[in-house]
Design a protein around this ligand. Structure first.
Ligand code: CA2
Length: 150
């Protein structure tokens, strides 16, 4: 049977992971994060589509595409989470489970990082666990889908 597809969407500057600021964001590159997600998804019998963009419009278009193709969405909106009502609106138009992930604990950082518009559209938010947060999000989505199916 076809595996449920989980879109793992990453916002601006996350392509720089592992190249700068390792004390804050860890040493893993985005390719490493994708490899971790692929391994965890395989174990959970899920398929993933892992992407990154620096463009707000492109990220919104990818979220819209999820309406027809994804069983769940994991999103690290990066800086757009704090600023983009448009991205929140796109997420609110989805019916599938959404988990927001941040590598860092945004609540231990500058006050302007404490609020995300996008989390208002999410089932849950995982922050502060580095790349492991993506693995935790996949586990959470798998459980939500399992609950839905029961
Ligand atoms: O902690 C997270 O995952 C963030 O989404 C990362 C965003 C930040 O704006 C959010 O407040 C929290 C920044 C992504 C930039 O990533 C870089 C990685 C390495 C070097 C420079 C930037």
């Amino acid at each position: 049977m076809k595996r449920p597809l989980i879109a793992v969407l990453n916002g601006p500057n996350l392509n720089l992971l592992g190249t700068r600021e390792p004390a804050l964001y860890g040493g893993a590159t985005l390719d490493d994060v994708e490899a971790l997600c692929a391994e965890v998804a395989e174990a959970l019998d899920l398929a993933i589509d892992f992407r990154q963009t620096n463009g707000e419009g492109e990220l919104i278009s990818w979220v819209q595409e999820c309406r027809d193709r994804a069983a769940g969405v994991i999103i690290n909106p990066a800086g757009y989470g704090h600023t983009s009502i448009a991205l929140m609106d796109a997420l609110l138009a989805l019916d599938c489970p959404i988990i927001e992930v941040h590598l860092t604990n945004i609540h231990r950082r500058e006050p302007y990082r404490h609020h995300t518009y996008t989390s208002e559209a999410a089932n849950g938010l995982i922050c502060g666990f580095g790349a492991r947060g993506y693995a935790l999000a996949l586990q959470a989505i798998a459980e939500l889908l399992q609950e839905e199916a029961e």
